[in-house]
Ligand binder design. Structure first.
Ligand code: CS2
Ligand code: MG
Length: 402
């Protein structure tokens, strides 16, 4: 079997997506998500200039060898752009192999460890009151786990809260706009929000929160300690992950579970975090973390340290990634939870999906392969529009993490 060609489909049904389509001489093709929010064209160029020419002629069944060809074979390795390209190739090859063998992808990953995938949704409001109402709405919709984000008194606009009633999409058209941040206002506000949420809804709902890389280790330790009484399912990205040993301080002060890594792209980003048991969930998604081939290795190493998966699943990860994640989550033993920000309806005009949400869980069907297809004609109706993630400054003007 040979790869005859591949192409990159860029479209923007409500937001930008990048999809790799690999063709073979047996008429079977595979899809991979190559979307990197705000940097889409960098991945397109990497795939078209460097990867696709090298893919042609290879046997698509040799997934492990091709993975290492594009990892070990590349001198300037790692990083979000190149690893998103590697991930897209990997997803497409697993899609092809499962289609050739006439089976849904999960059967190639060990078969079913579960029949349904626990998911968490987002509840966000401009203030505590609106946020608490939104949590109630999500519970009524059947969700058993809710990520809680709120506007913060004294900060004009912050991460995770839409500026208007439109679906939350952090990337805005054109160049990056600037947002402003005040960590002390955030730290002084957040525990009171979770106290109110617990007072209203009690303990029988999983609550999560995303600190979005914005604390120093000691600030994160304070936050995790003060959130401890509210029994969060996890506190996400408490610090920026570059300094893995920075998370030691959080562990010293709190039993609040920690999730990190949606911006990571290889197992090497996790080695200290895992071996020193500084985290409880891995967030690194298939689309940015080396695909199925690499995440199988990451999840296996995580299982040694009682660490579970909690894959990133925001709307800027396409239905191809989400479906592949559901196959992965179906099969592995140390699955934890899956983020589920439903894509806008318009996205389903372009991507034909094989999953559905019921009563707090996602269910995937037995379509062969990953099970998602893309309608190229419909995709062409929604051309790419440059969009950028915000940049963030502290209120004293200092550039900071967004
Ligand atoms: C967030 C993301 O879902 C999350 O946990 O961190 O929404 C993130 O801000 C976006 O994916 C960035 O593109
Ligand atoms: Mg996050």
């Amino acid at each position: 079997m040979k790869i005859t060609d591949a192409k990159v489909i860029v479209c923007s049904p409500g937001r930008n997506f990048v999809t790799l389509k690999i063709f073979t001489d047996e008429g079977i093709y595979g899809l991979g998500d190559a979307t990197l929010n705000g940097m889409e064209k960098a991945v397109v160029s990497h795939l078209e200039e460097y990867c696709i020419p090298a893919l042609k002629g290879k046997d698509p069944r040799n997934i492990e060898d091709i993975w290492h060809y594009f990892y070990k074979g590349v001198y300037w390795k790692r990083g979000s752009v190149s690893m998103t390209a590697v991930s897209a190739i990997d997803l497409a090859l697993w899609d092809i192999k499962a289609k050739v063998l006439g089976t849904p992808l999960y059967n190639m990953l060990g078969g079913k460890s579960r029949n349904k995938i626990l998911v968490y949704c987002h509840a966000n409001g401009k203030d505590s009151e609106e946020t608490i109402d939104k949590v109630g709405e999500k519970i009524k919709n059947g969700f058993r786990a809710v990520r809680v984000q709120s506007g913060i008194p004294g900060i004009d606009h912050t991460y995770g809260v839409p500026k208007d009633n439109k679906p939350y999409e952090p990337a805005a058209k054109g160049l990056a706009h600037e947002e402003y941040w005040d960590t002390s206002k955030y730290l002084n506000f957040l525990p009171s929000l979770f106290r109110k949420v617990r007072d209203v809804y009690g303990e029988n709902i999983h609550l999560l929160h995303d600190a979005h890389h914005r604390c120093t280790p000691i600030e994160a330790a304070r936050l995790a300690k003060e959130l401890e009484p509210f029994h969060l399912f996890w506190l996400e990205d408490p610090v920026s992950g570059e300094l893995q040993e920075g998370l030691r301080l959080i562990r010293k002060h709190s039993t609040t579970p920690v999730a990190i890594g949606e911006v990571f792209n290889t197992i090497y980003d996790y080695t200290t975090l895992m071996t020193e048991q500084l985290i409880d969930y891995i967030r690194m998604p298939l689309v940015h973390g080396g695909g199925i081939t690499h995440l199988l290795k990451v999840a296996a190493m995580a299982s040694v340290y009682h660490i579970q998966t909690g894959f990133h699943g925001a709307t800027d990860l396409s239905p191809v990634n989400l479906a592949a994640a559901l196959h992965f989550n179906t099969a592995i033993n140390n699955f934890g939870i899956q983020e589920y920000m439903p894509h806008q309806e318009i996205v389903n005009e372009v991507f034909k999906v094989n999953y559905n949400f019921t009563d707090g869980y996602l269910f995937i069907d037995d379509t062969h392969g990953i099970g998602v297809d893309i309608d190229e004609k419909k995709a062409a109706k929604y051309p790419y529009e440059k969009a950028s993630l915000p940049v963030n400054r502290k209120t004293n003007g200092t550039m900071f993490y967004w």
